[in-house]
Ligand binder design. Structure first.
Ligand SMILES: *Cc1c(COP(=O)(O)O)cnc(C)c1O
Length: 366
């Protein structure tokens, strides 16, 4: 068996301990004689799995009792329409545009009402988080929407926007469980799990109870009403059983690691190895303003497309894979989620240093 260092933005690296545990339970899940992939979602065994997963997530994030946890399908992208359908009572919402994912959510919301863009960092290719201390919040806005960690551009809100009393809805797909959060600051905090938690195919949405009602847009499909899933404990229809199980194992892994404040420390230490090097390198540069740097997604460039491509190719041959940047940013992006070990980043930086030295020497000799 040979595993690479996988810097994919998502689906992404999972903790090896979890993969091994899941492998060990593949043929016979704890005496059931079957795999979790083969069992009824209505069985006692699965009921235990989903209950424990929810409880462990509640413990990790300190989710208050007046918030519901929903495990749903359709990815983070389906939430782009579910959120307005369920929340836009006045048919007005305010969106902060910090990259492609918030832009997509904003565009989708325009189908259901007035979606205002109240701030944007598009002017500098989304390389920073706009000042959100005094946004022109619409009096009638049903909520203010942000994408808290921008997977493609590598920015992260270090401070939540001043919503002037309006509900905050946040997409945390790529920073989910990377550090502690105060759930009460949000009306909805949600994310697709395939970035920083588990396998693809599920979104977890943590929703304040009073926002889950029958008062939704009249055409809302049953499957797109939060209440449908809340009333049925995320078992209205067959959920992604496998994903719930693996995510549950990741929650246990995170608890065993010491929880989210320990993860935050680890993530800060890990990201610093890469950022410190980028700040001192003569060849590679980060693309994001320092104050807004993400701990999870680190884009960088050499400034020369051919050199970028050469680096990505050589890195891959050396066992550092999925470093090619998003097509809209170019260059490279290292996604260094919870499951990426410190050693992976240290080895990547050692490789980058060696690549840089080789390149600089060559330039001198020309
Ligand atoms: C990946 C991503 C999405 C889209 O997720 P899907 O599950 O593929 O729909 C949305 N928001 C953010 C921040 C992402 O990183």
């Amino acid at each position: 068996m040979s595993r690479v260092y996988n810097f994919s933005a998502g689906p992404a690296v999972l903790p090896e301990e979890v993969l091994q545990k899941v492998q060990g339970e593949m043929m016979d899940y704890r005496g059931s004689g079957m795999s979790v992939m083969e069992m009824s979602h209505r069985s006692k065994v699965f009921d235990n799995i989903i209950q424990e997963a929810e409880q462990d997530l509640r413990d990790l994030m300190g989710i208050p009792d007046n918030y519901r946890v929903l495990f749903m399908q359709g990815g983070a992208s389906l939430q782009f329409s579910m959120i307005p359908m369920n929340l836009m009572k006045n048919r007005v919402a305010d969106y902060v545009l910090t990259g492609q994912w918030s832009k997509k959510a904003w565009q989708e919301a325009q189908k259901y009402g007035t979606a205002n863009a109240v701030a944007s960092s598009a002017d500098k290719t989304f390389s920073y988080i706009p000042d959100c201390s005094d946004l022109p919040i619409d009096e009638k806005a049903d909520y203010v929407y942000i994408c808290e960690n921008n997977t493609i551009y590598g920015t992260k809100y270090k401070k939540l926007p001043n919503t002037k009393g309006k509900l905050l809805v946040s997409d945390v797909s790529s920073c989910f469980l990377s550090e502690p959060v105060n759930v009460s600051d949000y009306g909805i905090i949600y994310g697709g799990v395939q970035k920083n938690i588990g396998p693809a195919g599920m979104v977890i949405s943590i929703i304040r109870e009073d926002l889950i009602t029958d008062d939704v847009m009249e055409f809302t499909p049953t499957m797109m009403k939060f209440k449908t899933h809340a009333d049925a404990g995320s078992l209205y229809n067959t959920p992604n059983c496998w994903c719930i199980y693996v995510c549950g194992e990741v929650f246990k892994w995170l608890k065993a690691m010491g929880g989210l404040s320990v993860m935050k420390e680890r993530n800060e230490k890990k990201a610093a190895v890469l950022y410190d090097y980028l700040d001192s390198s003569r060849m590679f540069h980060g693309t994001v303003v320092k104050e807004d740097r993400s701990l999870m997604n680190v884009p960088f460039v050499t400034g020369d497309k051919e050199l970028d491509a050469k680096f990505v190719k050589e890195a891959e041959a050396a066992g550092f894979v999925n470093l090619k940047g998003h097509r809209t940013v170019g260059g490279m992006r290292a996604s260094i989620y919870n499951a990426m070990p410190q050693e992976g980043v240290e080895k990547l930086v050692a490789f980058m240093k060696e690549f840089e030295e080789r390149g600089l020497k060559k330039n001198v000799s020309v």
